[in-house]
Design a protein around this ligand. Structure first.
Ligand code: FAD
Length: 438
């Protein structure tokens, strides 16, 4: 049975980054630890390949803790250790130059996610990191731990090292002894890529907590009776508010895309975690759209009055269609019970109220989220308080490191989740290399 200094479970973005950074850090000290990455999938990197619509949005040119859901101070410290400029330089060193798009998102110049995956795998190979596919890990057991205090059979092999934690990493076909274990098993988004949440079972057995996990960055399915299907393909800028138990907990402005099943687009995806979390927690949750972002009910009401004075014979439909796609205007007018051809000067006070209501505080009848197969990321995971943010080492099990999406931190759309994977991989990789150095 081969012994490894560092076993990394999961060859996704975080695991591959950790492998590269640990091997590079060791190389700088003229050490050559045995590093292996185990992954359950037959082919690694499936999620990287589908990311960013096949182009892989590697990072963003302006990353801050506010782009993430997670404890600010811890997230800040982790991001500061390996920031977006470090990511750009790192990818350059991997011969993957990045380009910035108007939105601030950074993509490989090649516009191909394959370039990113190939570069990561090539670097692993150059550094002598082994990647074993179809190795589904089922358990990680510390053989010497402060809790157990037991010396395992064969454990004395490692006694020359400064720290003496030893683990047995069990996969479906066998077991490997390891001095350090980095868990990078991801969350549950897109399970067909291999991320099925099994890493959480492993860490739970090791004494870690795992918060409620729900799909995030996920489209929302609306009740069938809604008009979304007729508007499929139309994008509008909206102010999107999530109310939980009657209180606004999230408000953001951005692009909403109507689809055949409901709503998608960046503003919906970014806000979806609040809906999914509230729903699973049994809270009353409501989503409201303002199709005149930044303008209140009163302001839009006044605007309608002024418009009626300025052009009393103009129709409601024509006025609103100057600002919003006509198909959407017609659908909202129908919901408000106002005929499109009504002249502005003839609108009754009540009609104006219904209309203003429909355009500034339209309640989306959300039935459910679109599920793990369509979620880009997971909300929830291992609380960041349970790891040392300087190294990503577990505070419960010395020698065990937790990185990437399996932690309770999720970013918004725009390259932030990969930045999290690179940064946490960097910290754990370097710390492991340091702590295993002879
Ligand atoms: C469709 C889609 C598009 C996305 N686009 C972007 C984007 O453009 N930019 C961005 O920043 N983020 C994007 N994301 C999110 C980003 O891909 C993830 O946040 C990131 O890949 C998480 O990396 P990770 O290494 O933590 O986990 P993962 O990439 O999920 O990797 C986990 C790995 O662990 C393996 N594994 C799991 N359990 C076990 C086990 N028990 N034993 C062995 N191996 C195991 C899995 O096979 C997998 O290879 C996207 C996500 C999706 C689904």
């Amino acid at each position: 049975m081969r012994e490894y200094d560092i076993v990394i479970v999961g060859a996704g973005a975080a695991g591959l980054a950790a492998a590269i950074f640990s091997a590079e850090a060791a190389q700088k000290k003229n050490a050559s630890p045995a590093i292996v990455v185990l992954d359950s999938a037959r082919k690694v990197g499936a999620k990287i390949l589908v990311s960013g619509g096949g182009r892989c949005n590697v990072t963003h040119d302006d990353v801050s803790p506010e782009d993430f859901n997670g404890p600010r101070n811890i997230v800040r410290n982790i991001l500061a250790a390996f920031n977006e400029q470090a990511t750009v330089r790192w990818f350059e060193s991997l011969r993957v130059p990045l380009k910035r798009e108007d939105t601030g998102k950074l993509f490989p110049v090649s516009d191909s996610a394959r370039t990113v995956l190939h570069a990561l795998l090539r670097r692993c190979e150059e550094l002598g990191v082994a990647i074993l596919t179809e190795h589904r890990v089922v358990d990680v057991a510390p053989l010497i731990s402060p809790h157990a205090g037991l010396l395992p059979q064969g454990g004395e092999r490692f006694s020359a090292y400064a720290r003496d934690e030893i683990f047995t990493v069990r996969w479906e076909g066998g077991a490997l002894p390891a001095r350090r274990v980095i868990l990078a098993t991801g969350g549950r988004s897109l399970p067909k890529t291999g991320s099925d949440g099994s890493g959480w079972e492993i860490v739970r057995r090791l004494g870690h907590a795992v918060t409620t996990t729900v799909p995030a960055l996920v489209p929302l399915v609306l009740q069938e009776a809604m008009f979304h299907a007729e508007l499929s393909g139309i994008s509008v800028t909206v102010e999107f508010s999530t109310f939980v138990n009657g209180k606004v907990i999230d408000r953001r402005t951005g692009s909403l895309l109507w689809t055949h099943f409901g709503v998608s687009g960046p503003v919906v995806m970014d806000a979806s975690r609040h809906w999914t979390l509230a729903r699973v927690n049994g809270q009353e949750v409501k989503i409201q759209c303002n199709f005149f972002p930044g303008r209140s009910f009163e302001e839009v009401g006044k605007w309608l009055i002024m418009a009626a004075v300025a052009r009393p014979r103009g129709t409601v439909n024509n006025l609103l269609a100057e600002h919003l796609p006509e198909r959407l205007v017609r659908a909202l007018l129908q919901k408000a019970g106002v005929e499109p051809g009504v002249q502005l000067g003839q609108l009754t006070r009540e009609q104006r109220r219904f209309l203003t209501h429909a355009f500034t505080s339209f309640v989306l009848p959300v039935e459910r989220d679109r599920g793990w197969n369509f979620a880009e990321v997971t909300a929830g995971g291992v609380p960041l308080q349970e790891i040392d943010y300087r190294t990503m080492e577990s505070r419960k099990v010395p020698g065990l490191y937790l990185i990437g999406e399996m932690l309770d931190c999720d970013g918004r759309i725009g390259g932030f989740n990969f930045q999290w994977a690179w940064a946490t991989g960097y910290l754990a990789g370097r710390a492991c290399a340091k702590s295993t150095a002879p």
